[in-house]
Write a protein that binds this ligand. Sequence first.
Ligand SMILES: [Zn+2]
Ligand SMILES: [Zn+2]
Length: 134
Amino acid sequence: MSETKMRYSKQREIIYEVLKNDMSHPSVDSIYMNVKKIIPDISLGTVYRNLNLLANQKKILRLDIGDGVVHFDARITPHYHLICDECGEIKDLFLDESLISVFIDKVQKESDEHIHNIDIVFHGTCQNCLKKKS
Ligand SMILES: [Zn+2]
Ligand SMILES: [Zn+2]
């Protein structure tokens, strides 16, 4: 492996590690800030390119939760997301997959199209915001 190639794979490894240590579903900007602490001369474009590459390799998830910002998630086990409408925090929800498949089956019966999967985002108020209110 050439030195440049090694440098690139090392960068990707660090970016992946940084994301793995941040379960808050960070945006590219916030991942970039944390990667910069380890690789000060890295560019935002490089971080973004590597995140997309990792997402294409299915090592991480690219999330579109409708807030106009792309979020990344190193947790790739099946799960769903709950967005706090007060603070914008993204929480992981682990749902019984049978619940979802029953729902998909029902919807499939109503549709002539073929459904492959479902992309649900839940909205609510997180525990922290609930505590602040009480
Ligand atoms: Zn909240
Ligand atoms: Zn998640």
